[in-house]
Design a binder for this molecule. Structure first.
Ligand SMILES: Nc1ncnc2c1ncn2[C@@H]1O[C@H](COP(=O)(O)OP(=O)(O)OP(=O)(O)O)[C@@H](O)[C@H]1O
Ligand SMILES: [Mg+2]
Length: 263
């Protein structure tokens, strides 16, 4: 159960976005991807779920080679997407469906029925929806509301519950805390940590939040100018002398309490 990038190249026109990128995420690990805007973080996630294909190189999810599936192996690509739950930067809930139906969405698909190898009853769907809602610390009272009737922070949690419902083996988060107030940011960060550890799900988190990365990541990967500048544990990152890494860390230090240390 791992995600593997081997010598991946991707360019858009003249712009080289991924330039010989190789890394591995081991089972159960939490990997943070940090980097300045436009450095290819979202592009990296999109390669994992096969929304984008590399110009060269290989991407493997478990034993499935995602990089060779585009256009030719629709069924296998669906299988990869079933394994990888992606939480997008914006909640992207369906406005015309209640919160219950939004969370249940992935459970009503043919792929999910096939995965379960049996009929998925309404009772099972209701149990799963309530279970995931509790995981993201929301109250069942909101289930009959529509997305526009709840706050942005609640919508983010609902979108996480929707992603968790079909029980993906991997969780991919693209800037999960963007656009939230500081209190909601820290509660979403805690939630990601709790979910990754409790569900033992392998997670990749794209973020600008170095403080969060230092507190919950197993590995931190810095992308810059198409290259991996550094991939290391939080402890190693703190000792790094690479200027860009130090810049990220400098900003973070000001936000951390004076007696803060790695747990
Ligand atoms: N489908 C596309 N077509 C053309 N260019 C693209 C496409 N997707 C991404 N790019 C370009 O690739 C580069 C990397 O984009 P990406 O979205 O991965 O950045 P990012 O690191 O996620 O930045 P941010 O922190 O702002 O979200 C950018 O220059 C972007 O304009
Ligand atoms: Mg992005």
């Amino acid at each position: 159960m791992s995600i593997l990038f081997e010598n991946v190249y991707k360019r858009f026109g003249d712009k080289i976005v991924l330039d010989d990128v190789s890394f591995k995420v081991k089972p159960g690990e939490i990997l943070f991807i940090l980097g300045k805007s436009g450095m290819g973080k979202s592009v990296t996630l999109k390669h994992i779920i096969g929304v984008l294909a590399p110009d060269a190189g290989k991407i493997t999810v478990d034993s499935m080679v995602v990089s060779s599936m585009q256009g030719v192996m629709r069924d296998q690509l669906d299988q990869v997407r079933q394994k990888c739950g992606m939480v997008f930067q914006h909640p992207a809930l369906i406005d015309s469906l209640t919160i219950f139906e939004n969370i249940a969405f992935g459970l009503r698909t043919q792929q999910y029925q096939e995965k379960m190898k049996s009929e998925v009853t309404e009772e099972m769907i209701s149990d799963i929806v309530h279970d995931k809602l509790a995981l993201v610390h929301l109250n069942p009272e909101i289930l009959q509301l529509f997305p526009f009737e709840v706050s942005y922070g609640v919508q983010k949690r609902v979108s996480m519950a929707r992603t968790l419902a079909p029980e993906p083996a991997y969780l991919l988060f693209d800037e999960p805390t963007t656009g939230l107030d500081p209190l909601s940011i820290s509660s979403i960060n805690e939630l990601i940590f709790e979910l990754s550890r409790k569900l033992k799900v392998t997670s990749i988190i794209v973020s600008h939040d170095m403080a969060c990365a230092l507190s919950i990541a197993d590995q931190i990967l810095f992308l810059d100018q198409g290259k991996i500048l550094l991939m290391a544990t939080p402890g190693e990152v703190m000792k790094s002398t690479i200027p860009l890494v130090q810049d990220f860390f400098k900003e973070t230090k000001e936000l951390l309490p004076p007696n803060w240390s790695l747990s």
